[in-house]
Design a protein. Structure first.
Length: 96
């Protein structure tokens, strides 16, 4: 699959999930970062606010990446390797 085909599919999943997926393509690099925006910040009492989105679709995205990539490494930020590029997947709640 090409980068464009993969990014178009990620966009479809983002629309279905009901939350943003931030996509950052690194210049002069094979890396594409995907960050699922699951964390919305803190309220006035400093309680964490999380996005309300379809976690089943999130799981479908992960399964799709695993099925369509050549190889993957599961971890804090999982990496999915395609021809000539790879995707690093994380969540905004990881970056708090």
């Amino acid at each position: 699959m090409t980068r464009l085909e993969v990014l178009n599919k990620v966009e479809e999943f983002a629309k279905a999930m009901g939350t943003n997926i931030e996509v950052y393509e690194y210049t002069k690099s094979e890396k594409i970062s995907l960050t699922i925006e699951d964390f919305l910040g803190f309220n006035s009492d400093w309680s964490e606010n999380y996005a309300d989105y379809d976690e089943d679709i999130e799981e479908e995205l992960i399964e799709w990446l695993e099925t369509n990539c050549k190889n993957y490494v599961k971890g804090y930020y999982s990496e999915y390797y395609f021809n000539g590029f790879y995707i690093s997947l994380g969540w905004t709640s990881y970056d708090i």
